[in-house]
Design a protein around this ligand. Structure first.
Ligand SMILES: Cc1cc2nc3c(=O)[nH]c(=O)nc-3n(C[C@H](O)[C@H](O)[C@H](O)COP(=O)(O)O)c2cc1C
Length: 318
């Protein structure tokens, strides 16, 4: 048993990634009950009603669950974190931005902290005492993050510090993927895209259909969607999404993208109508392995095949 497993008490070394818009309380509860660690992904400006509605799914579980925030959103307002801490999560993940105040608040409440890293400087930051767990997230992952280092080299770098537990993230979508990162030294895997079409994941049917229809070559890493929506993401954090008409036009030509109010409104409407030709559908390269709508428990059941794979691998190379 790894130290992290002992610390958190999960059966399967599988966390669903905190994904705003997709991983609410229902997904987190289902993953946690299936033996993994369910993570709620908090949007930048959640309402109080949303927070309490999500927390109610997980509040009475006797299995571990956590909640993930965008660091830059907490820099402006710590209230969503304060509200979730009332529900006693096992873990708080804070990524992308200055995590200092948020991590201190989580520690004051006696809750473990994790941070997604995307390069060597992030790893240095995560080695400070206020972060307990390192999530090594490669650029092949879905949603926002850096696109500088791929999962495997980043994992090897993170594991070489031999001090803090490491969770691998980015591009992990199958039992073989889990086996690979565990053999590579990770304590657990942080799996996002593979859960996007889970029955308990939130998200419009059009988004789920687009994810189901897409393969390994169908994603693009770009800031175009953030620029168009005038979102305050720092430039080092673009996002990996399914390529669509909008990204085909602008991803390789950001200079010609004018952030007008009209475009912002158009994007807002496209999002509300789930028009996937214009609105972003965030997903990583592991979208290749999302081929049917399944319960989160069924996804975990498939992923837990990593044990057999590791045993077979050991025999193959005896
Ligand atoms: C739809 C979507 C939304 C995401 N939202 C968040 C978020 O709100 N906060 C966060 O820290 N990471 C977010 N991420 C990134 C994930 O935490 C994680 O890094 C990524 O999903 C891992 O790669 P994978 O998608 O290949 O499994 C999101 C990812 C996706 C696909």
């Amino acid at each position: 048993m790894s130290d992290l497993q002992r610390l958190l008490g999960y059966r399967e070394p599988i966390f669903n990634a905190s994904m705003a818009g997709a991983a609410g309380g229902a997904l987190a509860a289902a993953v946690s009950q299936a033996g993994g660690v369910g993570m709620i992904g908090v949007p930048a400006t959640p309402t109080e009603d949303w927070i309490h509605a999500q927390a109610r799914y997980v509040a009475n579980l006797d299995t571990p669950w956590g909640v993930g925030f965008m660091g830059w959103a907490l820099e402006e307002n710590l209230e969503p974190l304060e509200a979730f801490l009332e529900y006693d999560p096992s873990l708080v993940a804070i990524s992308f931005g200055d995590v200092t105040r948020a991590a201190a608040l989580a520690h004051e409440a006696g809750v473990l902290t994790a941070m997604q890293i995307g390069n060597a400087a992030d790893l240095d930051r995560a080695m400070a005492d206020d972060i307990d767990i390192i999530i090594a997230r490669g650029g092949e992952g879905g949603g926002h993050g850096r696109n500088e280092v791929a999962t495997l080299p980043l994992l090897q770098l993170a594991c070489a510090q031999h001090h803090k537990p490491v969770i691998a993230a980015g591009g992990i979508g199958t039992a073989h993927g889990i086996a690979a990162v565990l053999a590579g030294g990770a304590d657990a895997a942080w799996v996002g895209t593979r859960f996007l079409a889970a029955s308990e994941a939130t998200g419009h049917a059009n988004l789920k259909a687009a994810v189901l229809a897409s393969g390994i070559d169908d994603t693009v890493y770009t800031r175009a969607f953030d620029i168009a929506q005038q979102l305050p993401w720092e430039p080092q954090y673009g996002g990996r999404a399914l390529s669509n008409d909008f990204s085909d036009r602008y991803a390789a030509d950001l200079e010609s993208l004018l952030a007008t109010d009209a475009l912002r409104e158009q994007m807002k409407q496209a999002r509300s109508e789930a028009d996937v030709s214009l609105a972003p559908v965030y997903a990583g390269q592991a979208v290749e392995f999302v081929n049917e709508e399944q319960s989160a428990a069924a996804v975990i059941e498939e992923l837990r095949g990593f044990r057999q794979i590791l045993a077979q691998t050991a025999r193959r190379f005896e």
